[in-house]
Design a protein around this ligand. Structure first.
Ligand code: TYD
Ligand code: MG
Length: 445
């Protein structure tokens, strides 16, 4: 096939060059030149007339269940036919494992394109996972044109591309994994999916900068974006939606990596609290919400005298800026002396939570550690902390409380405004706190 003319275009200023350059001579930025088609193809149709909104059918292809409940949950109830899903994550986190398991459970024709591993390697993984499906075709191919030709021939329901960084189109000169290649290949796969009603899962490795395929170039091309997260040394894996045209975002699916692949975790709260120490200072339960799902987690703080002139502040699983803000409020409003103290915070289990509703639990863990006073193991908290120490109401208070009651916790300290609006919940003693000091009093620390 004749190569199409391509050009290298600066993504910052639009400067064009026939060759790749490290620095744009026009605007002076580095690494902004990306290979593009010279003349973008234009698809003109003879007629382009609008349809009345009311006559457009609901959902084009309907949904197909993956038969993995945690995966269906993040998809918004199954894969939408003809949709494209990007699964991003660090190398080795379990993306190939997840998709192979999904392919096996799916029980409809699947074409698994592996551009990274040989069919033998995939077979070895399948044996380990106990998969013997007749319906999975494995194709070891890196050229996009061949992949699409094969998919057109064998007509699978589901096409899996593992991974987008290792396939390439011969219409471009740049190497596989470069922005131009990744973007062009993904766009053509999405187009194929839409035109043929085939659902496509695209694996994308998160690069060093923490973005999929460099500058997040794929997120706007596909319908749904998942990140598969987890921490080294922890077996929990969280599948998180960051974009979903067909469902809610921020939904999470929880898995555990075992010797025989990923297993679904149906009750993550129980699991995350399983190893909680009792009557130890610095540990407290926070009731958080991920998507629509309540999740109880243990927050641990360690406050100790610093040996440095500038004390250390470190947090795992939460935003350090937010932590610094909470520490500043504690100093000002509660009179804590943290100036010469190192403060370490951790969300147990390798989870990452960005919700301000965990503020109150973070503050309580810090105070508990500093004063060396344990918090009752039956207690839990939620609430956002404002800059003057007030506790602000949060959403889904009811769901958080019910989840805690379900696993047997008994004492809640929550925002006063949430408390006012609540009906009683069986077995729970609920205290509403207006500010941080009221909350600390209620906990007895
Ligand atoms: P993999 O799916 O290859 O990761 P990715 O495609 O995201 O790069 O998973 C790799 C890791 O998972 C590897 O370190 C081994 C581990 N693993 C298990 O612990 N149990 C299993 O059953 C499988 C298949 C893998
Ligand atoms: Mg892989």
């Amino acid at each position: 096939m004749a190569k199409e003319k391509t050009v290298y275009q600066c993504q910052a200023c639009g400067f064009e060059s026939p060759k790749w350059l490290g620095k744009c001579p026009d605007c002076g930025q580095w690494n902004t030149l990306v290979e593009e088609h010279l003349a973008p193809k234009r698809f003109s149709r003879a007629t382009a007339h609008p349809e009345p909104l009311s006559s457009i059918p609901h959902e084009v292809g309907g949904r197909l269940s993956t038969k993995i409940a945690e995966l269906d949950r993040v998809l918004g109830g199954g894969i939408v036919r003809g949709s494209a899903v990007l699964v991003g994550g660090d190398p080795g986190i379990g993306k190939s494992t997840l998709l192979l398991q999904a392919a096996a459970k799916f029980d409809l024709p699947v074409l698994y394109v592996s551009a990274e591993e040989s069919p033998e390697q995939i077979k070895m993984r399948a044996e380990r996972l106990g998969i013997r499906s007749e319906k999975i075709g494995v194709l070891s191919e890196t050229l996009l044109e061949n992949i699409i030709a094969e998919a057109k021939r064998s007509r699978p329901e589901l096409l899996i591309i593992d991974s987008i960084q290792t396939i390439y189109t011969d219409e471009m000169n740049s190497a596989p994994g470069s922005v131009g290649q990744v973007r062009d290949c993904a766009a053509r796969l999405v187009q194929f999916a839409k035109q043929n009603g085939v659902s496509v899962f695209i694996v994308g490795h998160v690069t060093k900068e923490g973005m999929i395929a460099g500058p997040r170039v794929l997120e706007h091309i596909v319908d749904t974006v998942f990140y598969f997260e987890g921490q080294k040394g922890h077996s929990f894996r969280i599948l998180r939606t960051v974009k979903n045209r067909f469902g809610s975002t921020n939904e999470i699916g929880v898995f555990e990596m075992t010797d025989a692949g990923l297993s679904e975790v149906e009750n993550p709260s129980e699991l995350f609290l399983a190893e909680r120490p009792v009557n130890v200072s610095g540990s407290v339960v926070a009731a958080s919400i991920e998507g629509t799902r309540p999740l109880l987690v243990e927050i641990q703080a360690l406050v100790s005298t610093s040996t440095f002139s500038v004390p250390r502040r470190a947090s795992l699983g939460m935003d350090l800026q937010r932590v610094n803000l909470i520490l500043a409020v504690l100093e000002k409003v509660s009179g804590l002396h943290l100036a010469g103290m190192d403060v370490f915070l951790n969300i147990v289990g390798g989870l990452r939570i960005d919700e301000p509703a965990i503020d109150l639990a973070v503050a309580a863990a810090v105070v508990s550690s500093l004063r060396n006073r344990p918090i009752s193991p039956q207690a839990f908290l939620f609430g956002e902390i404002g800059l003057s120490g007030e506790i602000r109401a949060v959403s889904h208070a009811d769901a958080r409380l019910k989840e805690a009651a379900k696993i047997g916790l008994k004492e809640a300290v929550i925002p006063a405004l949430n408390r006012e609006k609540l009906k009683a919940i069986n077995g729970l003693a609920i205290t509403g706190a207006k500010d941080i000091n009221q909350a600390l009093d209620a906990l007895g620390i």
